[in-house]
Design a protein around this ligand. Sequence first.
Ligand code: CP
Length: 317
Amino acid sequence: MSIPQVSRILQQMARLESMEHARRVQLLAGRRIALLFYESSTRTRTSFELAAKQLGATTTLVSDKSSSIEKGESLKDTGLTLRALGAECIILRHAASGAPSLLARMTGLPVLNAGDGMHQHPSQALLDLRTMLTRLGRSAVHVTESSLSGVTVVITGDILHSRVARSNAMLLPRLGAKVLLCGPEPLLPQEALGLYPGCGPAIEIVRSLDEALERAATSEAAVAMMLRIQRERLAGLELDLGEYVTRYQLHAERLERRAPHALVMHPGPMIRGLEIASEMADGPSSAIEDQVRHGLAIRSALLLRALSTTDFESVTV
Ligand code: CP
């Protein structure tokens, strides 16, 4: 996505939020949207569903746990079945990287990526962007290459398995942010830098969370984005959780000492007491509930973009 395209999505979000309910509910009235989830989700699934409903669309949920997927039906056949039943758009979460683009090719339908394996979670990166812009007092309607200049974002934790880290690391530097990736070698191999070609010195690996926070604190604005350890994807990786907590948990004493003004973010689900202490998750620096709230707005704009018959790109606010 180009920066002007990101900007137009942000504009569309603002436009939808200021629109009267009666008008908004007409925008996708009568349209059919299928939510196809092969992995568990609370935030992404619920916000896409509520977003579709507030635009007037009809939704149906197909989950791997209660459908013919359990009997061995393929992604292709499930997609073609949904299309035959009238689905005009599919929102897909899948454990395999690239599954959304495969499904789009096989069905010819717009497919929105709700998280694919360890690859991408694009709507999460967009809602994280809007949360940052809003909380840091920057324009959340028009973005440019300098919208996040002077902002250092420390992304800490299970970077290796994180589609959230990948999508954010591909988006934020293009808007001027510095990204420090932080974590132990098993969760953040040095090769991770090769995943973000073109970002150059805008992305760095810093092994110590204390050092990364201190560096962020010297910039105009600091963001501490914490990630969950994805036990379901560790696949034999040995990790000493006690040591991890000591070195990488975000707690009040650490933040107060290293980066007292940092904004605290977490895409969820959080494991309180592991990567983040409760006092951080619930404290005044936390933007975690804002992230969830912005999810509804961003997913409304993305659905409209996918299904709109009018010229989405020409929207202005
Ligand atoms: N952030 C996120 O993707 O959360 P869910 O797994 O609950 O959707």
